[in-house]
Design a protein around this ligand. Sequence first.
Ligand code: SF4
Length: 384
Amino acid sequence: MSPPGRPKGEYRSAQREGTPVDPPGRPKGEYRSAQREGTPVTASQASPVAATPAPLVELSRVSKRFVKSLDVSARIGNLLGAGLREEIVHAVDGVDLAIKPGEVVGLVGESGCGKSTLGRLAVGLLPLSSGERRWQGKSLAGLAPDAARRQQLKMQMIFQDPYASLNPRMRVADIVGEAPVAHGLIKAGEKSEYVAQQLTRVGLDGSLMRRFPHQFSGGQRARIGIARALAVKPEFLVCDESVAALDVSIQAQVLNLFMDLQSALHLTYLFISHDLGVVEHISDRVVIMYLGRVVETGPTPELYAAPNHPYTQALLAEAGKVEPKKRTFVPIQGEIPSPLAPPPGCHFHPRCPYAMPICRTSAPDLREIAPARWSSCHLNDLPR
Ligand code: SF4
């Protein structure tokens, strides 16, 4: 989906500005894994699925429902025959997701599709309504408190708003150093030196650790959030719209920091974003979500070059291309339906230009349409 004349992998937000912002010293037009290795790879070589055997994190048929119970007045109303019911938000609906060690998976979808909820389920910030979470093949359900705490350190989350996610009353030294001391990773007397190391690693001056969050810029606060997550030596990071609140030029710097850290520390990322350009830039594999379900997944170059699911096609068309005198923008028709009452059958059918009668009654399975490519659409069942 890269526009003609512009190399693939170039940071798409720059396309909106009409100027490339590829970082200095980084090769353009090369797939990000190649950037890590310093050698170009082809799209077919780039599939991370073939490179690593067992998943690090695995979500199996995971669902999350939020129930709004009836309050006292509603219960009294029901006694008088009002017939009110609890409201149930189906935020995540039977999702399977396996992430291999060292893989960067981009999770994409419109606001309200459940991608942030899925990220929180993946790191254990929210309990599952149903399904199973596994780490290196072992179930994470029913761990003893000590084991659960140790396990939790391996999975960290970096939040969207770099200001709201930092305690404004705490100095950076405490924000970054509190958890490693509390979990016994370092001694209290080593905190200052350790925090300085963490800050230096994310490109900040260690001598600033006595400052409060409001004394930093947005990009610096994002780096503090990253340092805090890395301070407990995680293996898996969920980055929830972690660059969305930043200016375009700062976004590029922070994205490069993510990629450098991933390479240096062998991290595994679930990178949540609504910005297809950011995801294309950083991800090995892309997962597209719509109204709580995964509708398509595949290696980044293949999926961007030939999206299969009509929703993915619409998302990529909506992202548009900005070239001088050649601007295109095709908005997706309609609004995302309420997760309180998702449409039956294929959730996308009210907005899909190819909807058929079966789409209104039967939900398509997510099935393999090509090696490492999965899509859930009844169009794939039609004879070719
Ligand atoms: Fe469109 Fe039907 Fe495919 Fe859903 S299953 S995306 S409604 S064609």
